[in-house]
Design a protein around this ligand. Structure first.
Ligand SMILES: [Zn+2]
Length: 198
């Protein structure tokens, strides 16, 4: 397979890598891609874990606030809805796209491709879905949302009693699992498997 180095653009021919093998650029030494031991099992397991954590993070409250005896809970989508109701519709849309819809689509698309290739199932549209994952990746900004939550927590701590909910713990774990799943998703390996399927 002919591959362009993402650092120096040098074109080079790369043959199938043995399990555990890594290919480096002949010009600049940058890591081009690898063939991790265990193949697609690790990214598949991490994607399934991400999906479970994503569901918990969305279904359970992120945190509850108590001010003057009144308690209010909010979920991930509830936070976007609150922004919308506060007449910040564009911000609400961006927050929802990058913290809910984007990650959901990326996780589901990765699972679809991984299941199809790992179990050799003749599922349709694997090729466009695989292209879609790389287009969607910039829209999964869970860590940025987390940064916002932490800043809000520090500011709120003095004004209200804040209790962290199960959603926030799941969301924190999701950031790590999601990043690990994306890092283990070797596009080169997926394309190679897809090519050998036909
Ligand atoms: Zn290079």
């Amino acid at each position: 397979m002919l591959t362009a180095c993402h650092e120096c653009d040098a074109l080079q021919q790369i043959n199938s890598l043995p399990p555990g093998g890594v290919a480096h650029c002949v010009c600049c030494g940058a890591r081009l891609h690898g063939n991790p031991k265990g193949g697609l099992d690790a990214p598949l397991a991490l994607s399934i874990s991400s999906l479970v954590l994503f569901l918990i993070a969305n279904l359970f409250p992120l945190l509850s606030l108590t001010v003057a005896g009144r308690t209010q809970e909010t979920t991930l989508s509830g936070a976007s809805w609150a922004l919308y109701q506060a007449e910040m519709a564009p911000l609400a849309a961006v927050v929802w796209l990058t913290s809910v819809l984007g990650p959901a689509l990326i996780i589901l698309a990765s699972l679809y491709v991984l299941v199809a290739l790992r179990l050799a199932l003749p599922l349709p549209f694997v090729r466009p879905v695989l292209i879609g994952i790389s287009r969607l990746q910039p829209w999964g900004m869970l860590d940025v949302f987390m940064l916002g939550v932490l800043v809000a927590l520090v500011k709120l701590a003095g004004m209200a009693d804040v209790v962290l909910g199960p959603g926030l713990y799941a969301f924190t774990a999701l950031i790590f699992f999601f990043a690990a799943a994306m890092a283990r998703l070797e596009p080169h390996l997926l394309w190679e498997r897809l090519g050998s399927r036909r």
